[in-house]
Design a protein. Sequence first.
Length: 292
Amino acid sequence: MKTEIVCFGEVLWDILPDKELPGGAPMNVAYHLQKMGHTTAMVTRIGEDAYGEQLLQLMRGYGLNTAYIQKDDQVPTGKVLATITPTQEMAYDILFPAAWDFIAADLTWEAFQDAHPAYIIFGSLSSRHAVSREALKAMLRIPALRVLDVNLRPPHFTVEQVDWLLQHADIVKINEHELVELSSWFGFSGDMEACIEQLQEKYLPRAVLVTLGAEGAVLYEDGDFHYEKGHVVVVADTIGSGDALLAGYLHARHQGSGPAAAIRFGNALGALVASKSGGCPPYEMEEVYVLM
């Protein structure tokens, strides 16, 4: 079966005070895209341990193509110690090293050349270590639209690393706080719209998607801004809500929707996921349309 979408990067367990949830932005995005009918492959690395085996079985249960998941007999499956702040934001302690730091470039990836995937989705976190960073460089040589999830988790990035990733991105997803940080690095000035325009002028992505938390999202595409207000939902946690928003946007665009309709759909999916626990909760598509 042809692989439409490739998601590269971290898979892990979010260890919360009262539960353990499967996570990692690339897997969250892959889950939603597969659920919406896209054939999606995960490219990652897990440890040869119980946590890794559980993740592998979960991804198979989601219907993801797991043929490109590597196993590591030296380094454990990734874990993140997650806590919820009083403002309902998530705070993370991302343990290092993790198996996904050692994703190795693989000749089996040549299969993607013939598959002509529509998107390769990757994040800044998965390039924190040189081994996975070199693998990502190899992955990005495959022709596809390259989607970057800017995911600034101190101390797991450098300005030079993020700059390189932005140079290789066709679509950029970033949150409002990360936009402020990038603007300080690169000398962008003015209000949010001005900084988004300067980001686009510097790196030339086709689209810049900025998540605004409870306030919604803004999309800059084809020279126009498209705003979507936040939906009023009872928040269970915000784990993976931005990942769902990105997946919804990509799905709608791939189905032929224009920018405004695509960000509207993505914003609704992100809000729905925030009302449920974890980054890969069960839901029905009708729930998304109700919010819209």
